[in-house]
Design a protein around this ligand. Sequence first.
Ligand code: 2PG
Ligand code: MG
Length: 425
Amino acid sequence: MGSKIESVLARRIWDSRGRPTVEVDVRLAGGAWGRGVAPAGASRGSREAVDLRDGGPQLGGFDVQRAIGNVNGAIARCIVGMDAMDQQAVDGAMIALDGTSTKSALGGNATIATSLAVLQAAAAAAGLPLWRHLSGGAPVRMPLPEIQIFGGGAHAGRRVDVQDFLIMPIGAASFDEAMVMTAEVYRAAGELMERMGRRCGVADEGGWWPDFKSNEEALETLVRAIDAAGYRHDQVAISLDIAASEFGRNGRYTLGLEQRSYDTSDWLELLVGWVARYPILSVEDPVAEDDAQGMREFTAAVGHKVQVIGDDFLVSNAALVRDAVAAGSCNAVLLKPNQVGTISETRQALEVARAAGWGTVVSARSGETEDVAIVHLAVGWNAGQLKVGSFARSERMAKWNEALRVEAAIGAGAVYAGRKALPVP
Ligand code: 2PG
Ligand code: MG
């Protein structure tokens, strides 16, 4: 059998923050091979798969020798000889070998890099680009991208509290045009910052550094950038990732920048006010991961007109998505494969969300590499939406550029998901 796993080899490479990460090569009996890389988050949900780091004084404690040892040892012994075409069986074997609910024994970084490498090897053995291998011939759409214009929160030394100020080119006719619109808004935002004397480089994901006096000033400036670029708000809309777990807990939200503290209901009133006053069509993690009631209240208030995404709140976990569907906590899920630790589990979370009519957003992490697999997952799974940070720094641009290549490969029949990808009219 040509798709039998013959070898599994992990090594240390370096991510976009200059930190170590795990890369895995999987070779198959028939000669095909695939490579997977683990990304890394900075604003992490507490229920995420464990990102196994060595600790200690060297490299800030971020080294990954233990995770690499787990791949080259226990994981390799477990999956060598298995069929790479049976992703579920391979992932299931790693889940059983780990035996914990958060992959704390093997490390989610060890399992996701291996899982992705197996997937890539299977696609190579089938002689197909990854997106086509994943789609199995079913119709796909080019995703609506969410692109960060200003970075904040944990990605910008908490200069502002809100983490991502993003745009969504809902009115583009193609992914190619969506990138043109993005480039215009990104440039306009940079020029505005320059004119205000506040252009100070970029944050971790390439968005302009948020040198603002208040969180709302970032939002106002984003609207001005969209206007300056010449787009209407039915062409380019705003998406926010509040990442509220970073500054909220036990029903208290404390903004470092404004030095103000809110209870859940005052905090929600502020956010609902923003949604009313600005062209916002999507809000991620509006409240902290421990505030299930706040999520339900926000979704009840604006979920009929705004996409409400659970990220830290759902950590790409199918069981948590199922509970959230039943409770009406949100209407979309962010899918970050390393949050749950395998490709099969990420796919399950997507299927549960899709069956509920939710929006599904495949997402990169703030710590990334040149790996572009995430783009193929978004297209091949027909997720409809893709979030990979800003429009600068090559670990981000590699992914947007890969999407352009996929659109070109699909050719004249390519469909851009656009606004229809959102779970709201
Ligand atoms: C998020 C991600 C990507 P991180 O919160 O959605 O922006 O950030 O990878 O740091 O969790
Ligand atoms: Mg998030």
